[in-house]
Design a protein around this ligand. Structure first.
Ligand SMILES: O=C(O)CCC(=O)C(=O)O
Length: 259
């Protein structure tokens, strides 16, 4: 459970570091599941929706979308009682569904950047832009191995994805935007801990310069007000079976709260 102070902090900043939600033993299981799914990607059995290098060849960022559909331990994780209860506190939603998940794996030494972005504009098949993500670290993550950085308060400024996409590199964040001072905060997270962010918060993560891997999973959740926008495109679109404008539902977007 989050305290009222934590909820108010999330509302003001657009992100919040939570506590430990997964034990060291379960982290080990989840790490081995990531390897099993990568090794088995061309074999039989359930496969994730996508498994690709989202970065450069020489600076990879491996992403797996919907590993929960290919791995029972990750299926359990999307129902983690602490995460879904805290998510309900942060969104004030009566019902929550998983939208999709994303493994974000930056290999030791070479792992690349995840450029500055807002999540919701990259999800044009959903409206309104109110989703919240629970990001669970599977390694201790800090500046050396590419922790996330966030711009506090930016979730209140609207959709500025076009502007963010024009930044030439990850270090190029400006110090002021439309008269507002910009502050960039690093968000270190210990393995097994959760970190929440709003779908309009400006965020990204730097290179993994360390000798340690940086593995994490982003669990993107949607509330009972989230509707399907058929004019948009997204890798999850083939799995949506509701009509344009209807509330999102279906077996690929199961209810996780209430349990
Ligand atoms: O893991 C990262 O570096 C970025 C994750 C992210 O962009 C997200 O969870 O929305």
């Amino acid at each position: 459970m989050l305290t009222e102070e934590q909820i108010q902090k999330f509302k003001a900043d657009g992100y919040l570091r939570g506590g430990q939600v997964v034990s060291d033993e379960v982290v080990e299981v989840l790490r081995s599941e990531v390897l099993r799914v990568i090794d088995g990607r061309n074999g039989p059995g359930f496969q994730p929706v996508l498994l690709h290098n989202f970065g450069k060849e020489e600076a990879p960022v491996w992403q797996i979308v919907n590993i929960w559909e290919a791995s029972e331990p990750f299926h359990e994780l999307i129902h983690n009682p602490t995460i879904v209860e805290e998510m309900a506190q942060l969104t004030q939603a009566k019902t929550l569904r998983i939208w999709h998940d994303q493994i974000q794996y930056k290999p030791a030494v070479t792992g690349g950047v995840n450029m500055w972005h807002q999540d919701a504009p990259l999800w044009p098949i959903l409206a309104p832009m109110t989703e919240v993500t629970a990001w669970v670290a599977l390694d201790d993550v800090d500046e050396d191995n590419g922790c996330m950085r966030m711009v506090p308060g930016s979730h209140l400024w609207g959709n500025h994805m076009d502007m963010l996409a024009k930044l030439p590199n990850f270090e190029a964040m400006m110090t002021e935007f439309e008269g507002r001072p910009i502050e960039v905060r690093s968000c270190p997270v210990r393995k097994g801990e959760v970190h929440y962010h709003h779908a309009l918060t400006w965020h990204g993560s730097g290179n993994n310069h360390s000798g340690r891997p940086r593995r994490a999973i982003a669990l993107h959740f949607m509330t009972d007000e989230t509707r399907f926008v058929a004019s948009g495109e997204h890798v999850m679109k083939p799995f949506v079976h509701v009509a344009d404008g209807e509330v999102m539902a279906g077996e690929h977007f199961p209810v996780v709260y209430p349990a």
